[in-house]
Ligand binder design. Structure first.
Ligand code: CDP
Ligand code: MG
Length: 708
């Protein structure tokens, strides 16, 4: 086969036009794509090692992300291995030369916006500087918020190590259902949601001297709400310092919002990154990822690889596929360490991604977009970006929230690429075409507040005494309909009265750190005397899809052994987490005046209590499949559900996930009469009548009989 030339596509060469697009689409199903991840411009040798036939992907080098530093060779593993002392590492971070200047700026301004490249030391260093400067004297605390649980935990652990203290003593973290802090904890890393909840017990944050809202550019719902609340508190507490830290995006907006607060820029340290695109779109990006990782591994010089996928299931699948193929290739390739990182990953596993790669080996970290800006992994030279992320979206007309895999934004794609240029010149392989980048990706991600339901947040704001939500100081306001629907739903759940005021029941619901429907369910367990069981349901729902682990091939390998399933299919750690969550919720029962009680096997009571919380999420079987009761939207039982075959007539669901279809996940069979019992204000008997009952296909009737 003649060696193919690699086309060099310049970014500015303009759109290839409709014809090119059609051509690209036509290639979508092409079976044989040739991998040629090599740099035509620099005349790197052509690597022709093909791992498996027809499993190659062709990339073209297109653009370069400019760096501030001269390109350099990747560090050899011995260099990377050389362990400097922790203090020397601290002094080597980009923020360090600005320590004094930064502290002076903080002393001089109440609100300071801090902008800096990922990995410059904002999260780990600035709180320490403040600690050293005496901001925690007299028992005052410093809060640093993170949008992600994993980041809060891992950063706190790192800082504790740097300060030589035990995690949970001077430095700790606090995330939902897990508090690793003590009386002594003055540096508190916490999720943005947790700081939001702090307002419930301490509306003026009086015990905090500094609040650092970190990763502000992520614009999570909780971070956005924090902005409004903190801006307000800062007016009453002139001594409170507010820091808004962000990657290099959007900082002017933060400054404007905080009455033109000054922006402190930490100059980055960034090596150039070559960007490669695929010549043709990839139909299966997961498979393409696995192939590309192996191709990089066998053809590219040393340096670790970072892969961005959208969630735990995908990451587990990719890691399995990679390990499997490495095993098959055996000694034909050098050692490849495959390490996953996602929100639910146990902390000892998380820690592994930060350990240096052994000499001669290569590390591949398969991550969610947590690795985009929240975590910095040293030694990454190659980034593989399929261009997707999991994103919530919300339709206020139907009240339907869904989590879908969507193309990431250009801003995200560039942050991802930047991860390759932290220690040396790097390469970023995008598993999409240059055309797609230019024409199909949005510039920036829409703030979460504009694409999520607001029930939780509205309940919280109401509990804080903020009644006029329409005039709350939002950085970007949510859609009017979303706000309205949240109020309606809270009214239907009995959390608000007809004047929009918080009811006693609403106050209790706000006490529980779970979604309004879940907290309503817990409150209802009092009436149905089944709080023991309901707590378990709530705990399991809060760790939902991570309980089961689905290694597709392994089951076959072990001869379909039931023992093997028993030993492996249920994730012990998720169960332990569920147990912890349950314990915490149990501890809160007294506060919301629910006694401990058990249904003693009468599970109808448990199902009714669940219905009392979830009557909003109901679907009925019609001749054309499931329809939601109120909105008449077509939905499907997820194939993983044990009710998938049975197809009960009335269902409620915990959540709706849009993948290939609108799937209901975690479903429960209910009786339509229960809806009238638990929510007479919401349902009319007439709409629960079943006009098609007699015309239902026989088979379904039979199944119901069989079920008794
Ligand atoms: O917040 P920012 O992105 O500016 O940087 P950082 O998270 O404070 O990271 C500063 C340095 O600490 C980087 O070199 C990270 O690799 C390192 N770090 C680490 O080794 N382990 C962690 N868990 C977090 C950070
Ligand atoms: Mg950070």
């Amino acid at each position: 086969q003649p060696a193919r030339a690699v086309d060099l596509v310049e970014e500015e060469s303009g759109a290839p036009g409709e014809e090119q697009r059609r051509w690209e689409e036509a290639r979508l199903g092409a079976a044989s794509l040739k991998f040629g991840a090599r740099d035509a411009a620099s005349q790197e040798p052509k690597y022709q090692l093909v791992l498996e036939e027809e499993e190659t992907i062709e990339f073209v080098r297109a653009t370069q992300l400019q760096g501030d530093e001269e390109p350099s060779a990747p560090p050899t593993s011995t260099q990377a291995q050389q362990k400097e002392s922790i203090q020397a590492v601290r002094r080597s971070l980009p923020v360090f030369p600005f320590r004094e200047e930064l502290l002076a700026a903080i002393a001089n301004h109440q609100v300071l916006i801090i902008e800096g490249e990922t990995g410059s030391g904002k999260t780990t260093q600035i709180p320490q500087y403040l600690f050293e400067e005496g901001y925690t004297n007299k028992g005052m605390k410093i809060a640093c918020t993170q949008p992600r649980r994993v980041a809060a935990m891992s950063v706190a652990a790192r800082v504790a190590r740097e300060m030589g203290v035990k995690l949970g003593n001077e430095v700790g973290y606090s995330i939902r259902f897990e508090d690793c802090t003590s009386e002594r904890t003055v540096l508190r890393y916490m999720t943005d949601g947790m700081l939001l909840r702090e307002f419930l017990s301490e509306p003026d944050l009086a015990s905090y001297s500094v609040v650092m809202v970190d990763e502000a550019h992520e614009r999570t719902l909780h971070t956005d709400i924090l902005f409004g609340l903190i801006k307000d508190v800062a007016r009453f507490r002139p001594e409170l310092k507010v820091l808004v830290a962000s990657a290099t995006m959007d900082t002017a907006r933060f400054s404007t919002f905080f009455d033109d607060a000054p922006v402190f820029r930490i100059p980055g340290r960034r090596f150039p990154v070559d960007i490669f695109y695929t010549k043709a779109p990839e139909a299966d990006y997961l498979e393409a990822c696995v192939v590309s990782v192996l191709q990089i591994h066998v053809t590219q010089p040393p340096g670790d690889i970072l892969v961005f996928l959208t969630g735990q299931e995908e990451i587990e699948a990719a890691c399995e596929m990679l390990q499997d193929r490495c095993r098959r290739l055996g000694s034909k390739i050098r050692e490849l360490l495959v390490l996953p990182i996602y929100a639910n990953l146990p902390s000892d596993m998380q820690a592994r991604i930060f350990q240096p790669t052994p000499p001669g080996a290569r590390k591949v970290v398969v991550a969610t977009n947590i690795a985009e800006t929240s975590l910095t992994i040293e030694g990454i030279i190659y980034v593989l970006d399929p261009g997707f992320c999991k994103q919530k979206s919300y339709n206020p007309r139907t009240g339907m929230e869904s989590l879908t895999v969507t193309p990431c934004s250009k801003a995200s794609a560039n942050q991802r690429a930047g991860r390759a240029g932290r220690v040396a010149a790097g390469k970023c392989f995008r598993l999409y075409t240059a055309w797609a980048y230019q024409h199909e990706l949005e510039e920036t991600t829409v703030p979460e507040i504009q694409r999520t339901s607001l029930g939780n947040v509205v309940l919280l704001l109401k509990s804080l005494g903020i009644h006029d939500l329409m005039h709350f100081d939002f950085l970007d306001p949510p859609p009017y309909e979303t706000l309205l629907l949240a109020l309606e739903q809270l009214y239907a759940l009995g959390a608000l009265n007809h004047l929009g005021e918080l009811t006693t029941s609403g106050r209790k619901m706000a006490e529980l750190p779970v979604d309004p429907m879940l907290s309503k369910m817990i409150l209802a367990s009092e009436k149905y005397s089944c709080s023991e069981e309901i707590l378990t349901v709530a705990a399991m729902l809060s760790v939902n899809n991570s309980i089961f682990y689905r290694p597709k091939d392994k089951w076959a390998e072990s001869g379909y052994s039931s023992q093997w399933c028993y030993e492996n299919f249920v994730q012990f750690r998720s169960m332990r987490r569920a147990r912890d969550v349950r314990e915490q919720l149990e501890g809160l029962l007294e506060r919301v005046e629910v006694g401990l009680s058990s249904c003693q096997g009468d599970y109808i009571r448990v199902r009714k209590a669940i219905t009392a919380g979830y009557f909003y999420h109901t679907a009925r079987l019609t001749r054309s499949g499931y329809r939601t009761v109120k909105q008449q939207q077509t939905v499907f039982i997820h194939p993983n559900s044990s009710l998938f075959e049975q197809q009960p007539r009335w269902l409620l669901y915990h959540e709706l996930v849009l993948t290939t279809k609108e799937f209901m996940r975690q479903v429960l069979e209910i009786e339509s009469s229960w809806l009238l019992e638990v929510a007479p204000h919401y349902y009319k008997a007439k709409e629960l009548e079943d006009p098609h009952a007699k015309k239902m296909p026989k088979k379904i009737g039979k199944t119901r009989e069989e079920l008794g």
